[in-house]
Structure formats: structure tokens, C-alpha cells
Design a protein around this ligand. Structure first.
Ligand SMILES: C[S@@+](CC[C@H](N)C(=O)[O-])C[C@H]1O[C@@H](n2cnc3c(N)ncnc32)[C@H](O)[C@@H]1O
Length: 270
């Protein structure tokens, strides 16, 4: 089946790249896109997908059609496809989506804003969104509208699994880091600033690529918002999800005050 047909069947859009974001991110995931997979090469994507499968088992779900929401370069989606799921991805950043569609075989992907998706009703079995992607939606209204369209796109009984950085993770400056002492071809220095009133973490990032085609220097500024667990559960329930479960990441235990990342699992009632 062609990528276009698969795409149409899964999320109801006509072509893989269909929609420009009306509110582009603030320079996020632009220049870094070609280097993202190098930057993330030690990220344990396979164990993360193992964990998603553990959650599926825990919630007695056997999905087939999957949307990788805010898929980035498609590492999660590609791993799920290797395991036999039928996967499409969406992401706000065109440069990230371009990387994603250059995979072999390419993952069907579209540039779409999670805050305003027009998903076909009752089609998907599972929506996953990993690696704090939804912290990037910094307006609560945008997040709720994202939850509502996912609820619409899932078939009855379908699951929505996503992770979020906790306020603790953003407050203690986990993003303040650098690798300047290493001889990695991608050198970086990041500094994060926490705004207590807005619950917003601003991360100023400097990079220098010294590999093929280098040296190239660029910067990005990212914003992640912290959301309280009770707020997320309330909003998921408000748009229609039932039996929302919350876990300390990579466990089946509830989060603690020391959790840096939590996973949410919401079910659209059958
Ligand atoms: C930290 S990356 C994670 C990417 C991917 N999920 C992974 O695991 O590697 C966050 C991603 O969220 C995307 N993103 C941020 N805001 C978005 C939005 N409103 N709609 C869709 N994607 C968004 C970014 O473009 C970026 O690719």
C-alpha cells in the first residue's frame, strides 16, 4: 500500500505533508534537525518501546494502527514499525519531518501542529508521544485541544500513552549541561532558566558541528512547560478519556516527589 493510502486510511488526510503550523515553534528543532539522531544516539529508544509494550500489556491492549505524535526524526515510530505496528507520524517541525521521511523505508509523516490536528474519527488504536514532546505545548488551551483531537482520532477502546517531564525535572535544571570536554563532533552547551510564575523552562542551546561539512555553529531556544499531574488527569478526563493511569517512568509504580519523568495512559471508553 502506498504511503499516501496508508496515511489517508489512518488519519484521514489527503497527502503526507498537508498542513503548516499556524504558530511555528520559537526556532525549536530547526537547525538541530540534521544532527538530532547523532545527539540522541545513546538514548535507549528500544527499551522505551519495550516499556510502551509493557504498558500495553498492563492495559490489555493489542493495537495495530499507531500515531507517533511529535515524532521528531521518527525513532520511536520506526522501532514500532519494526515490531509490526502500522505507524504514521506527525511533527510541527518541517526539518525534523524531513529527516523522518528520509528513513529507509520512509515513515509516513506530516508537518502538523498537535494543537490543531484534524484526525479522522475512530481510526487509531494507539497514540504515543515520547521524550517530553508535549511539554513543548506551553499553553494549557493548546494541550487540551491536542487531547481532544487525539480522543476523536482513537477508536473506542484505544489508548493514548505519553510522557512528560515533571516540574521537578525542569526546575532543577536538568537541561543545563555541556559536552565541551569531549571530542564528539557535535559539541554543545545548554543553559536552562526556570520561571516559577509561568512554570516555564527556557533552554538556550549552543551547538557546533565539526563532522562532515563542518564546522557549523548554531543556536536554538526551547521552552518546556511543567504541568501538574492532577491537571493533566483532569483535562484528559474532561475530553473523554477514562481510567487514566500515571506511572513513574519505566516502572509500573506511581510517581513520587523525586520523579523526573512520568507516563500517562488514557483510554477512550469502548
Ligand atoms: C524532544 S523532541 C522528541 C521527538 C521524538 N518524540 C523522539 O522521541 O525523539 C520534541 C518534538 O516535539 C515536536 N513538537 C513540539 N511542539 C509540537 C507541536 N505543537 N505539534 C507537533 N509537534 C511538536 C518538536 O518539533 C520535536 O520534534
Amino acid at each position: 500500500m502506498s504511503i499516501e493510502k496508508l496515511w489517508q486510511r489512518l488519519i484521514g488526510a489527503e497527502r503526507p505533508v498537508i498542513q503548516k503550523a499556524s504558530q511555528p515553534g520559537k526556532g525549536e528543532f530547526g537547525p538541530v534537525a540534521p544532527y538530532y539522531d547523532h545527539l540522541m544516539r545513546t538514548v535507549p529508544y528500544r527499551p522505551w518501546v519495550d516499556y510502551v509494550e509493557t504498558l500495553l500489556q498492563e492495559h490489555q491492549a493489542r493495537p495495530h494502527k499507531v500515531l507517533d505524535l511529535a515524532c521528531g526524526t521518527g525513532q520511536v515510530g520506526a522501532e514500532m514499525r519494526r515490531r509490526g505496528y502500522e505507524v504514521v507520524g506527525v511533527d510541527l517541525s518541517e526539518p525534523m519531518v524531513r529527516q523522518c521521511s528520509q528513513r529507509n523505508p520512509p515513515l509516513p509523516v506530516a508537518v502538523m501542529d498537535a494543537r490543531q490536528m484534524g484526525l479522522a474519527r475512530n481510526t487509531l488504536d494507539l497514540v504515543v508521544s515520547l521524550y517530553d514532546s508535549l511539554n513543548y505545548i506551553v499553553e494549557p488551551k493548546g494541550l487540551v485541544s491536542c487531547f481532544a483531537s487525539i480522543h476523536c482520532g482513537l477508536r473506542p477502546g484505544g489508548l493514548f500513552i505519553f510522557d512528560l517531564n515533571t516540574e521537578r525535572a525542569l526546575r532543577v535544571g536538568l537541561f543545563t549541561q555541556s559536552n565541551l570536554a569531549s571530542n564528539d563532533p557535535l559539541r554543545y552547551r545548554w543553559k536552562s532558566y526556570w520561571d516559577e510564575r509561568k512554570k516555564l523552562c527556557r533552554i538556550e542551546m549552543w551547538f557546533q558541528w565539526n563532522g562532515g561539512g563542518g564546522p557549523i555553529e548554531f543556536t536554538e531556544v526551547h521552552y518546556e512547560r511543567a504541568y501538574e499531574q492532577s491537571y493533566i488527569c483532569r483535562m484528559l478526563e474532561k475530553v473523554g478519556f477514562s481510567s487514566v493511569a500515571v506511572y513513574n517512568a519505566y516502572t509500573l509504580s506511581p510517581p513520587t516527589a523525586r520523579s523526573n519523568r512520568v507516563y500517562y495512559v488514557g483510554r477512550k471508553p469502548a
